[in-house]
Design a protein. Structure first.
Length: 94
């Protein structure tokens, strides 16, 4: 069995957004969102990376299907670190 697309495994550090959906005073909103944005880290197969977005998927199968995408706007990405380079295509024996 050969996997059709080799993708590196990466860790992306990015700034999260916040939302609050009820009537509140401005002070309550400021307290709810804090002083600075929440920094998050996500890891997975690097599915797409361009000027607009970085997309990671959790899994891929031998037919090329992928599963569990997180799509992160490039404007909030702080860093991308390669955890494992894209594997060379090779036969996988089960």
């Amino acid at each position: 069995m050969t996997y059709p697309k080799a993708m590196p495994i990466v860790e992306v550090e990015w700034l999260d957004s916040a939302a609050k959906g009820r009537w509140s005073t401005p002070e309550q909103y400021r307290e709810a969102i804090g002083e600075s944005p929440l920094v998050c880290r996500s890891a997975g197969y690097l599915f797409i990376k361009n000027r607009v977005r970085v997309g990671l998927v959790q899994s891929q199968n031998a037919t090329g299907d992928v599963m569990d995408l997180i799509d992160i706007p490039r404007s909030v990405v702080r860093s991308i670190r390669v955890l494992a380079p894209a594997a060379k295509k090779k036969e996988v024996k089960l």
